[in-house]
Design a protein around this ligand. Structure first.
Ligand code: 9MG
Length: 286
């Protein structure tokens, strides 16, 4: 498969019963339902508060809400499928009852995939690229959309010593390989997005190389999802670990990603990111 050329993102990402337009980058708001999540700090444990937060992100311009019940930060310990389901399922059900927003669930577990799709989730965002047994089959059976992400190692150890001969080529190859597996399993092309997995088994230099190349990192016909929001790469880059450094870096990356034709931007700061996308789009049109 040919690498995606700059700015040739597809027109939409489709789930079983809903589509997200990619005429401009779709902003995906992060909703962590984890006690140890690095940004929300477990504040949205209660279902009502989680739904309220999701609706606020939609009001701010999020086209997709990404709900996660297991922390994926470096060093995080895994939780059981039951615990993950108990966190995310009530939120998916309650949000679906309140809103037609495109709902994504960040999970790798087939049991969770089946249950959330039955309850109205449109997309599975899998940091493990649908590599767990039965995960891909569960997505196909639900006719859901999916984002397949690259990760070297696992969250518990991924940042210990990541090594690549050519990070851009290797990740492009991995994404093409996972897209081919999804297509072979029966997924329609308009259901599949790809993600290089910033910070998942990557040093700062790897992340910067990927960000630089993001316009040519995808697989033809499939949108690229970028997730750099508030990541430690910006604390390292700027030599200071505070929220300003992390947010400023994230917004600069969102601006760059828009110029480079990225399809979906995953973020915590929805309003600010929407504004970055709008500015970049205005400049591109002018
Ligand atoms: C769940 N999650 C955390 N970071 C992520 C990223 O960069 N991409 C995707 N797809 N998911 C992420």
């Amino acid at each position: 498969m040919m690498p995606t050329r700059r700015n040739d993102r597809p027109v939409a990402l489709a789930g079983a019963s809903r589509r997200v337009s990619l005429a401009e980058p779709a902003v995906m708001g992060v909703l962590n339902i984890t006690p140890d999540s690095f940004s929300d700090g477990g504040r949205y444990i209660e279902v009502e508060a989680a739904v309220e937060r999701a609706l606020a992100m939609v009001e701010q311009g999020a086209a997709i809400v990404d709900i996660g019940g297991e922390s994926t930060r470096p060093g995080a310990t895994p939780v059981s499928s039951q615990a993950e389901l108990a966190r995310v399922l009530p939120v998916v059900e309650a949000l679906r009852a309140e809103s037609p927003v495109f709902i994504s669930v960040d999970t790798s577990n087939p049991e969770v995939i089946r249950a959330v799709c039955e309850s109205g989730a449109d997309m599975i965002n899998d940091i493990r690229g649908l590599s767990r047994p039965k995960a891909l089959e569960a997505v196909v059976a639900a006719d859901a959309a999916a984002c397949v992400m690259h990760m070297q190692g696992a969250p518990a150890n991924m940042q210990s010593a990541p090594v690549y001969a050519d990070v851009v080529a290797e990740i492009r190859g991995y994404l093409a390989h996972r897209v081919a597996a999804c297509r072979a399993a029966g997924m329609a092309p308009e259901r599949i997005a790809v993600d290089p997995g910033f910070g998942f088994g990557k040093t700062l230099e790897h992340n910067l190389a990927l960000l630089r190349a993001i316009g040519e990192l995808g697989v033809e016909g499939h949108p690229v999802l970028m997730g750099v929001s508030r990541k430690s790469m910006f604390a390292r880059l700027f030599g200071r670990d505070d929220m300003d450094a992390r947010i400023n870096g994230s917004l600069g990356a969102a601006f760059w990603a828009t110029l480079q034709g990225v399809g979906i931007i995953r973020c915590h700061d929805v309003r600010r990111t929407v504004q970055m996308v709008a500015l970049a789009r205005h400049l591109m049109q002018g």
